[in-house]
Design a protein. Structure first.
Length: 305
């Protein structure tokens, strides 16, 4: 599933936190490939001269800057060759987020792995902003990394809808490859939904309102999660199930913190309206509020109709 992985790098230790998780996933797949991508952001630079230092303007610094980036990517590639995964480097000019998305599409990438939060590196990307822009239009799953912790305690969030279930297989694949334990979580927010909201859910997706009209602990939710968990338990995976009541974003964040979750797996898409409580605003809130890594799945466009 993750045979071709794209890792954007900007020359910083922060961005390089994405390397180990990406390599750990790639090296489990036979014939895997990882693309190390850098998007230069040119600026005035100082260079040594006989008089001390001279200022090179962006146009003048372009060649030197690209040489520095090439040298950096070559060093990263050589230092990770022992993983046994084919590593390829690319340097592409343009808007950072747009280049990442376009490269993922052009190269038919299965997964983008990148860090988020903070300014960093010789390209001075604002990583949080870039990551969120990539998430909104990436053609494949995006794994947003916070730190170097192993991804062994995995949380997959569900709401009973078909689109939310598209997060299941990618999340389970990470668990298979890394030997992780999985928890399936559904946050029941029935108390927050009235007749109008429920009718809007039904307009958005036929039958969706029925999935949120059951009190916490109701057999419907328990059985739904149990059936899902049993399917993957038969494949040898460790899967637990939890139903909570309350706000989806707050519930996910509280559970992830209390249970020391390493990776949260969610679905998202750009549709507006009430249904964004699962696929848009909640995902963004979780991404900004958690210290765990987040794997965000954007379903194919044809599944959003």
């Amino acid at each position: 599933m993750f045979k071709k992985i794209l890792v954007p790098l900007d020359g910083s230790d922060l961005a390089e936190r994405a390397l180990e998780p990406a390599l750990n996933l790639a090296c489990q797949e036979q014939g895997s490939e990882m693309i190390l991508l850098s998007v230069p952001v040119y600026s005035d630079i100082l260079v040594p001269s006989a008089a001390g230092f001279d200022m090179l303007l962006p146009d003048q610094s372009l060649e030197k800057f690209r040489q520095d980036v090439e040298s950096y990517l070559r060093e990263v590639k050589l230092s990770r060759k022992h993983y046994g995964t084919r590593l390829r480097t690319m340097i592409v000019d343009g808007d950072v987020a747009s280049v990442i998305v376009d490269t993922a599409e052009a190269q038919d990438v299965d997964l983008i792995v990148m860090t988020t939060h903070g300014y960093s590196g010789f390209s001075r990307w604002l990583l949080g902003s870039v990551t969120e822009r990539v998430l909104r239009s990436a053609p494949c799953p995006v794994l947003a990394i916070r730190d170097k912790r192993p991804l062994t305690n995995i949380l997959i969030t569900l709401d009973g809808s078909y689109l939310a279930e598209t997060a299941l297989e990618p999340g389970m694949e990470v668990a298979r490859l890394l030997g992780g334990n999985v928890t399936l979580l559904q946050v029941d927010q029935e108390a927050n939904l009235g007749a109008i909201e429920l009718s809007m859910l039904e307009i958005a997706e036929a039958g969706l309102s029925r999935h949120v009209q059951h009190p916490t602990g109701d057999d419907h939710l328990i059985n739904y999660l149990k059936r899902t968990a049993d399917k993957y338990r038969q494949e040898g995976l460790s899967v637990e199930t939890v139903v909570m009541e309350g706000s989806p974003a707050r519930g996910i964040l509280d559970f992830a913190e209390a249970e020391e979750i390493d990776l949260i797996v969610m679905t998202t898409h750009g549709r507006t309206g009430l249904r964004r409580w699962v696929y848009g605003s909640v995902t963004e809130k979780v991404l900004r509020g958690t210290e765990a890594a987040v794997l965000v799945i954007r379903p194919p466009a044809e599944q959003l109709n």
